[in-house]
Design a protein around this ligand. Structure first.
Ligand code: PRP
Ligand code: URA
Length: 180
């Protein structure tokens, strides 16, 4: 296995600021907008974006929730391992709200498809957008595209993009991992 740095810590931080600013441009005071990080790895990105909005850009009253999509995936019966769900935590109504899904990587689009199904249990949003740190090009199985993207990456199917966060991996960085 070998890995190449796609984004270092400084580049990740610059991109996070840009994404936060793009959200402000569109959503202004966030009075009818909620942020939903997809479990497990979108949670870290969503927390970072929410923290930036609050601390650096003085957007108060950010509503942030986390959505687990494990049992909404179209392939969830196919694996041979027992599935472990993560926690869904949405302490507000999404009815008539603008929902922004936040995930670290967009690849086939199947996770977002599952999230679109899962969020219906919480109400009917007025619109749903997608923010992703990494958009893997030419790999979609479904017609799903991000509204806000950190970096577009070309990778072949044998490669994996790995997003690391200080909170769980001890550094903010993005790697392209190749199995040999
Ligand atoms: O567009 P998709 O093909 O659905 O891929 C995107 C998903 O892949 C990753 O999770 P993964 O399913 O690899 O699980 P992981 O958390 O174990 O990395 C990533 O965190 C996204 O949620
Ligand atoms: O490259 C990929 C594809 C799916 N999920 C990831 O985290 N990385």
């Amino acid at each position: 296995m070998s890995q190449k740095v796609l984004l270092n810590s400084k580049e990740v931080h610059i991109i996070l600021h840009r994404l936060a600013c793009q959200l402000i441009e569109k959503h202004l005071d966030f009075s009818s907008t909620v942020l939903i990080g997809l479990q497990p790895r979108g949670k870290y990105l969503a927390e970072r974006i929410a923290q930036l909005l609050r601390d650096e850009y003085q957007v108060n009253d950010i509503r942030l929730g986390f959505l687990d999509i494990t049992f909404f995936r179209d392939d969830f019966r196919r694996g041979d391992k027992p599935l472990e769900a993560n926690k869904t935590q949405i302490d507000f109504l999404v009815e008539d709200q603008k929902v922004v899904f936040i995930d670290d990587v967009l690849y086939t689009g199947r996770s977002i498809n599952a999230a679109l199904t899962a969020i219906q249990s919480f109400g009917r949003p007025s619109e749903v957008e997608l923010l992703t740190l990494i958009d893997r090009r030419f790999s979609r199985h479904l017609p799903i595209q991000p509204d806000y993207r950190g970096r577009q990456v070309d990778a072949i199917n044998q490669e994996k993009v790995k997003v690391c966060w200080m909170e769980n991996e001890g550094e903010d960085a993005v790697y392209l991992v190749t199995q040999h």
